[in-house]
Design a protein around this ligand. Structure first.
Ligand code: SF4
Ligand code: SF4
Ligand code: F3S
Length: 266
């Protein structure tokens, strides 16, 4: 009860905000407990009541008071084209804002495929010159949490780990928390017995699809995608893409937009 809440600054750059949308739907732990009890979310363009100069003042105060102590969360990629002018907030470019807010951070959490690999903005021909966070900030620990978006409970779990243990979770060679990204979607898929038996849907509307056979031949990228969807599922453990009849498009895999068709094995 006497431990101060962990100060957090959450930046939004070139993104769609669905990482935030996913986060606020975490129900175990429930997001209200995190925001109200575990952390002090001092700056986020999506959830904070303040706006304009008041909001910027709140961020500045946190950067000064908690220098070296606050966690910086970043949602979105950084456009480096046109001197960074494709994404500006309050008259400043995303790259300038990122460098400033990262300078005093204890660690950075890069949310989603935008912040970890550039996502759709960085897909060919990458008109804004979008890059992920680790291409710009190289002197701070970064937790990469890929997915478009990541699972809300994964996001909440990573924050709670940092709060509870005061250190980063164990990461793999790509900077992803091993607890959530060490297995392929294929490894926990309930359709896996059909894959192993060679039983596949050939089209989305054929008899085999209706029987729930494996979606590999209609493009499922589960065999090459590392994420916890098969175990944790979405919307509080209700379902996930494959359970709703669509193959995994590899949304947590690096550069998945350019990796090939979503609907074939190309
Ligand atoms: Fe949106 Fe996907 Fe980027 Fe998250 S990773 S902000 S869901 S485009
Ligand atoms: Fe693997 Fe996808 Fe088939 Fe599931 S549906 S067994 S993830 S290929
Ligand atoms: Fe993304 Fe595949 Fe999971 S598309 S949500 S990693 S099943």
């Amino acid at each position: 009860e006497t431990t101060p809440r962990l100060p957090v600054i959450w930046e939004h750059f070139q993104e769609c905000t669905c990482c935030s949308e996913s986060f606020i739907r975490s129900d175990h732990p429930i997001v209200a407990d995190i925001i109200l009890d575990k952390i002090s979310l001092d700056y986020t363009l999506t959830l904070m009541a303040a706006s304009g100069h008041q909001a910027e003042a709140a961020k500045k105060a946190t950067m000064e008071k908690y220098k070296g102590e606050y966690i910086l969360c970043v949602e979105g990629s950084i456009p480096m084209g046109a001197d960074g002018n494709y994404c500006c907030i309050g008259g400043r470019s995303a790259v300038d804002i990122l460098k400033e807010s990262a300078a005093g951070a204890k660690a950075i959490i890069a949310w989603g495929s935008c912040a970890t690999s550039g996502c759709v903005q960085a897909a060919k021909p990458n008109p804004t010159g979008a890059v992920p966070i680790h291409k710009i900030i190289t002197d701070k620990p970064i937790i990469n949490v890929p997915g478009c978006p990541p699972i809300g409970e994964v996001m909440a779990g990573i924050i709670v780990h940092v709060v509870a243990f005061g250190k980063l979770p164990e990461l793999d060679s790509s900077g992803r928390p091993k607890a959530f990204y060490s297995k392929r979607v294929h490894d926990s898929c309930y359709r896996r017995p059909y894959f192993d038996a060679g039983l596949f849907a050939e089209n989305f509307d054929d008899e085999n699809a209706k029987k729930g056979y494996c979606l590999y031949k209609v493009g499922c990228k589960g065999p090459s995608t590392y994420n916890a969807c098969g175990n944790m599922k979405w919307n509080g453990g209700v379902s996930y893409p494959i359970q709703s009849g669509h193959g995994c498009i590899g949304c947590s895999a690096k550069d998945f937009w350019d990796a090939g068709s979503f609907y074939s094995r190309d």
